[in-house]
Write a protein that binds this ligand. Structure first.
Ligand code: SF4
Length: 368
């Protein structure tokens, strides 16, 4: 059976960033025992084949060269990975190294996603990032010099003290490195994070953040990056295939604690508890949700609307879900009438002015 995407979660970081609510813990000492545990989980799904692989986290670059080789070698024993068209590893600048990139290359990884976030020392420090701008640029150049042709950089908009001057400098320097892809996320204050508990006074307001984002969009699209998803920009043909599959409602398997899966029309998630996962990685699926067709149609429409160029095609929804798509399509028409979506033939797209305020639109689609 071919499933489009395989996600491997690596839940370790050196230290938590102040804004982060991803499932990761500062226990790099557990990495060694984590790999065999994760491979035990992979055996549960023996024989599947995948088109994309994404090793995310956390900080997967903490694996180092040897563990990375072992991890991918082990996954190849469980799965048929001979048809992979894209394999990504997330790398943080502080743990990037030539050895790691070489091991990634030898293991068949062809895409590197680097957690740059900002090229301003002050901004990085204000949210507890442990790298500096020089390390970030060095990591990008090192990956490029080793022949990686698909490099992505993450950038955060709305960091404490950030202005268009500093953000522009970050984006300009990143473009100069030749990165093919940029993920530009708006900082959000997630409940319980240190940043939300004591937000600094120089945090840009929502309006200022929206303006910074809007200027970033104009800047990047002016430099030949296609704004193909709400937070993602790519040179033509360099979109992230693994994530495109999510947004197109495709199936994927997630391994590791807190990893989500969408397999055989079911959605499920592994427990976000590393000690529990380490004891029994194969019996810990929580929240198995068999989606009814109407809900599936709504979810797919919502996800596809994230794709700003592609949008969602009512004709395709009809073919896939039949009558279950009807209420969803009626809702798309109604949102178009209110100016929130644009319709072109049977295709609907998010109106450009709605890109940053899309959540209420998505809620209406899911609730229809
Ligand atoms: S490196 Fe990434 S995953 Fe780790 S704490 Fe920072 S933001 Fe979270």
């Amino acid at each position: 059976l071919t499933v489009k995407g395989l996600y491997v979660h690596f839940p370790f970081c050196v230290r938590k960033c102040r804004y982060c609510d991803f499932y990761s813990i500062p226990r790099p000492d557990l990495i060694e025992s984590y790999i065999p545990t994760l491979l035990r989980e992979s055996h549960e799904y023996n024989g599947l084949s995948f088109q994309t692989l994404y090793i995310g986290g956390g900080t997967p670059s903490l694996l180092g060269a040897d563990h990375l080789r072992n991890l991918i070698g082990g996954l190849r024993e469980s799965f048929d990975l001979s048809g992979l068209v894209e394999s990504t590893i997330e790398v943080n600048p502080d743990s990037a190294s030539r050895e790691l990139f070489e091991a990634a290359k030898e293991s068949g990884i062809n895409r590197i996603s680097i957690g740059v976030q900002s090229l301003s020392d002050d901004e990085l420090q204000s949210v507890g990032r442990i790298h500096n701008p020089e390390q970030a640029i060095k990591a990008i150049k090192q990956a490029a010099n080793l022949g990686f042709e698909r490099i992505s950089a993450d950038v955060i908009v709305g960091l404490p003290g950030q202005t268009w001057k500093t953000l522009h400098k970050t984006l300009e320097a990143l473009i100069e490195t030749g990165v093919q892809h940029l993920s530009v996320y708006c900082l959000s204050l997630e409940e319980g994070t240190p940043l939300a508990l004591s937000p600094p006074p120089n945090l840009p307001s929502d309006d200022e953040q929206a303006e910074l984002f809007g200027r970033s969009v104009a800047f990047l699209t002016g430099h030949s990056y296609v704004h193909y998803e709400i937070s993602n920009f790519a040179q033509k043909g360099c979109e992230c295939l693994h994530n495109l599959n999510y947004w197109r409602g495709g199936e994927y398997l997630g391994l590791g604690p807190a990893a989500a899966s969408h397999l055989k029309s079911k959605r499920f998630k592994n427990t976000a508890d590393l000690p529990v996962y380490m004891k029994n990685p194969t019996a810990l699926v929580e929240g198995v949700e068999q989606l009814d067709p109407r809900r599936k149609a709504a979810e797919e429409a919502m996800l596809r609307l994230r794709l700003l160029e592609e949008g969602v095609d009512a004709a395709e929804l009809n073919t896939k879900f039949g009558g279950d798509a009807s209420p969803v399509i009626m809702q798309l028409d109604s949102l178009t009438g209110k100016g929130m979506l644009l319709a072109c033939g049977s295709r609907y797209k998010l109106a450009p002015a709605m890109v940053l305020t899309s959540n209420p639109i998505f809620a209406e689609i899911i609730g229809c």
